[in-house]
Design a protein around this ligand. Structure first.
Ligand SMILES: [Zn+2]
Length: 335
């Protein structure tokens, strides 16, 4: 028989006959890379609104992972992202790749697994700067993962050029220079960058930012003054001018303070580029503290530690532990 008990605040664990934990549920923790809300094995239906279901096959595979076999972590991550998945599964895959990366290189001689894990992380990175950094890391571990020589340096430069143009397009549209913004939107890769990172501008949909910039580009410049801010008063001598009635001398869309901050954040993230790439990642993930992109911090950024390689409803240090002790408890349900 199984016994359902609360072993720590926010964590429910099912104990098997021998008292060992066989399944657990973590209440979702706030923050980046924290606990993934998980459910236990199939057949357990103890779940509340605060809990996400993790498919039973993933839960079973997680429980069987051993740090001596980093390849199993990598392969499970690959299988999870092979299908379209939600954020919880994607975060879990990130943690699996990060653990595979750390476990593979822990003996000082990384195999194919560490660089492949970097490339896998790059493939699901939310920002191109993160993607570039992860690819560079893979390349440093194994030069065979470098971009083909025939591609030259053009690819990477093309990417950063598109980021720069996207940031400029947003700035021009905000200032009411619609023609210039439209021309920038038509440059290679610019619409793609806006689509991919537009959420940094505060839009919930990936197409929101591009739609907004295109709309402003059509509405501006000011139809009355052409962004001159003033218009000529006819039949005046000496010639005199009055403030434009349409834009009131301030061309461009009216933005709230919140919108303006979101715009500037978007532009600065794109222009900061690779050196603060985790910052942009975290901004997308909800504004957790900034982290520098140091290889040694990869696991921590992904919310895992090589010291906690076992999955028991969360990553733990000791396979006999029933539930994780750190960083997994979000709330105490019902006090
Ligand atoms: Zn005007």
């Amino acid at each position: 028989m199984s016994v359902l008990c609360r072993v720590a605040c926010g964590v429910l664990v099912v104990l098997g006959p021998g008292g060992d934990a066989v399944a657990g549920w973590n209440v979702r923790a706030p923050g980046v890379g924290g606990a993934l809300a998980t459910s236990g094995t199939a057949g357990n239906s103890v779940a509340s609104g605060a809990v996400d279901e993790m498919p039973a096959w993933i839960e079973a595979r997680l429980a069987g992972l051993l740090p001596e076999d980093p390849e199993a972590y990598f392969l499970l991550g690959e299988e999870i992202i092979a299908e379209p998945v939600g954020k919880a599964e994607e975060d879990l895959a990130r943690q699996l790749f990060a653990l595979a990366f750390e476990l593979d290189r822990s003996d000082g001689s990384p195999s194919w697994i560490a660089p492949s894990s970097c490339l896998a992380l790059a493939s699901i990175a939310r920002l191109e700067s993160d993607e570039r950094w992860l690819r560079a890391l893979a390349n440093r571990l194994d030069p065979r993962y470098a971009a083909p020589v025939w591609r030259g340096r053009g690819g990477a430069e093309g990417i950063s050029e598109a980021s720069l143009r996207a940031a400029e397009a947003v700035g021009e549209a905000r200032a009411g220079w619609g023609v210039q913004a439209s021309m920038l939107l038509d440059k290679p890769g610019v619409r793609e960058v806006l689509g991919r990172y537009g959420r940094l501008m505060g839009f919930s949909s990936s197409t929101g930012a591009l739609w907004q910039v295109e709309q402003w580009s059509r509405e501006w410049p000011c139809r009355e003054c052409g962004n001159e801010r003033v218009v000529f008063r006819p039949n005046t001598d000496p010639p005199s001018y009055r403030e434009c009635y349409t834009c009131r001398g301030n061309p461009g869309p009216t933005l709230s303070r919140e919108q303006l901050v979101a715009h500037l954040r978007f532009e600065s993230r794109l222009l900061e580029g690779i050196s603060r790439s985790w910052g942009a990642q975290l901004a997308l993930d909800g504004g957790a503290p900034l982290r520098e992109p140091v290889a040694e911090e990869l696991a921590a950024v992904m919310g895992v530690s090589v010291e906690r390689p076992y999955w028991r409803a969360g990553w733990v240090a000791n396979p006999s532990e029933g539930a994780p002790r750190g960083a997994t408890v979000g709330a105490e349900p019902g006090g």
